[in-house]
Design a protein around this ligand. Structure first.
Ligand SMILES: C[S@@+](CC[C@H](N)C(=O)[O-])C[C@H]1O[C@@H](n2cnc3c(N)ncnc32)[C@H](O)[C@@H]1O
Length: 246
């Protein structure tokens, strides 16, 4: 443990610690609620899996390790408390060679034998048909955690899946730099559903709130459900780094 209770593996990336804590507690509740009554099969899809900046050899400080651990623990609890034998499946997609090899090796070590875990090498959008097919049975949770750009059009095949939930990282600080740039119009209208030129002279708070509203509305053009969000600030600054929208 480092200063103020922060685990050593997260020093210098405090924002990832917050993100992972939110992911962990969200999954814990969701899996128990869905597994108790709604689904016999629960799927987890990590569209931007990594591992990325990992410090722990069991990947406990990555979305991969966190998801697998929660799946295993909820599977046991569902069985012990409610007599529910829920099948848990995980699918991790990673574009880059090096992290993919690390991911594949980790999964082959089979640290979570009760979970069916698979991985795909490549860009998730290029495998969307395969991923949608993979999710055919049961309930699916998607974790969408890019380093920068996000194409909402790439997410639409998944957003259309009825029995699903999402946690999406909108990299606000990064995207905000390009919002009013003419050469980014197409990208902006993909993310926000329109070109937000009208924000040219907006104050930062107004811009944040309008962009977030547009983003959520844009997701809801395909996703049939409600959304909420939490803002993650840059450590030590009063400045938004990203929004987690679910
Ligand atoms: C922010 S990191 C993921 C961190 C991880 N979700 C976590 O919380 O531990 C983003 C990862 O996505 C990968 N990536 C980037 N674009 C991708 C794409 N289109 N499809 C699949 N993976 C992608 C990157 O190589 C990187 O490893």
């Amino acid at each position: 443990m480092g200063k103020e209770g922060l685990p050593d593996d997260y020093i210098g990336r405090e924002q990832a610690y917050i993100k992972h804590k939110i992911l962990e507690s969200y999954l814990k509740r969701l899996f128990m609620i869905v597994g108790r009554s709604k689904a016999d099969v629960i799927n987890f899809v990590d569209c931007f899996a990594g591992p990325w900046q990992e410090g722990d050899k069991f990947l406990a400080d990555t979305s991969i390790g966190i998801a697998l651990k929660q799946m295993e623990s909820c599977k046991k609890q569902l069985d012990a408390t409610f007599g529910r034998n829920v099948k848990f499946r995980a699918l991790f997609i990673e574009k880059e060679e090096k992290p993919y090899t690390r991911l594949k090796t980790f999964l082959s070590e089979n640290h979570y034998p009760t979970i069916v875990a698979e991985c795909i090498h490549g860009e998730y959008a290029k495998s969307s048909e395969e991923i949608v097919n993979w999710c055919k049975e049961g309930f699916t949770f998607f974790f969408v955690d890019p380093k920068g750009w996000l194409n909402v059009s790439d997410l639409r095949p998944f957003l259309a899946i009825r029995n699903s939930e999402f946690l999406v990282n909108l990299m606000y600080d990064f995207i905000n730099r390009f919002v009013t740039q003419f050469d980014q119009k197409d990208r902006m209208s993909d993310i926000f559903g329109e070109t937000p030129d009208f924000l040219q002279d907006a104050l930062p708070e107004e811009r944040q709130s309008k962009l977030l509203t547009l983003f959520r509305k844009n997701l809801n053009k395909t996703y049939d459900g409600r959304s909420a969000f939490v803002r993650i600030e840059k450590p030590g600054h009063n400045r938004i780094l990203y929004y987690l929208v679910w």
